[in-house]
Design a protein around this ligand. Structure first.
Ligand code: CA
Length: 224
C-alpha cells in the first residue's frame, strides 16, 4: 500500500513517515501541493494524508485536484477542531481527519481503518455483487459483461463500489461524481441512478445491486 503524505512541516512529516514505514506502508512525502500533484501523476497512491494548511495550494483544493482523475481516499491533518465539520461534510468528502497535535500511532490506525473499509468487493463468478472495476480504463464489468456507461453513470457506480454496503448520500455522490460542475440537485443523482439501474437490470433482471435508503441515499449490495 502506497501512501502520499503532503505536509510542509518537516518535523511532523518525518514522524509520520517513520510511523507509516514502521507499519509496512510505502510512503512518499511532498512538502507542497504542487509536488504532490506531480507525484500523483507519476505513480498511483492508495491513500493520501493531506495537511489542510499548505504553502501553495490549500489542502481542500488539493484534495479536489487529486481526485479529478481517479478517486483517492483522503485523511486530513488539521490544526483546528472547527474545520472538522467542513472536512467530514459534503463539501470536501474526506474519509477521515486527525487534529494536530496527534499521535503517529493514531494516524496509522486511521489509515488502516480507511483502507480496510475500501477493500474491493468480492469478485467470485456468479456472486450477486460481482463487479470488476478497472479504474485506469474507467470500465466496469458486471457478471462478466462490460457495461456501456455514461461518464456520470460510471462515476456513480465507481463511487458506490468503493464502499460496498455503505450508504452514500446524494450530496456525497454529487460531490464525488460532479465535483465542481454547476449542474446540481438531488434529481440529478436520482436520474442517473435510474438509468444505471436499467443497465444493470439488462445484465441481471432478477438482481438489484443498488439499494435505495429512503431519505439517506444509496448503497451497493456488499458482503457486509
Ligand atoms: Ca501546514
Amino acid at each position: 500500500m502506497r501512501i502520499l503524505l503532503v505536509e510542509d512541516e518537516t518535523a511532523i512529516a518525518q514522524i509520520v513517515l517513520h510511523a507509516l514505514r514502521a507499519e509496512g506502508f510505502e510512503a512518499v512525502h511532498c512538502p507542497t501541493g504542487g509536488e504532490a500533484l506531480a507525484a500523483a501523476r507519476a505513480q498511483a497512491f492508495d491513500l493520501a494524508v493531506l495537511d489542510v494548511g499548505l504553502p501553495d495550494i490549500g489542502g481542500f483544493a488539493l484534495c479536489r485536484e487529486l481526485r479529478r482523475e481517479r478517486d483517492l481516499p483522503v485523511i486530513f491533518l488539521t490544526a483546528q477542531d472547527a474545520e472538522a465539520d467542513r472536512i467530514l461534510g459534503l463539501e470536501i468528502g474526506a474519509d477521515d481527519y486527525v487534529t494536530k497535535p496527534f499521535s503517529p500511532r493514531e494516524l496509522v490506525a486511521r489509515v488502516r481503518v480507511v483502507l480496510r473499509r475500501l477493500q474491493p468487493v468480492a469478485q467470485a463468478p456468479g456472486d450477486a455483487a460481482s463487479f470488476v472495476h478497472d479504474p485506469d480504463g474507467k470500465r466496469i464489468r458486471y457478471r462478466g459483461r462490460a457495461l456501456d456507461l455514461t461518464r456520470y453513470e460510471y462515476g456513480l457506480l465507481a463511487a458506490l463500489l468503493q464502499r460496498p454496503g455503505s450508504v452514500l448520500s446524494r450530496a456525497q455522490l454529487m460531490d464525488r461524481v460532479w465535483g465542481d460542475a454547476l449542474e446540481s440537485g438531488d434529481r440529478t443523482v436520482d436520474t442517473h441512478i435510474k438509468t444505471l439501474r436499467a443497465k444493470l437490470r439488462d445484465v441481471a433482471p432478477d438482481a438489484d445491486a443498488i439499494r435505495t435508503h429512503r431519505g439517506l441515499g444509496y448503497s451497493l449490495e456488499g458482503d457486509e
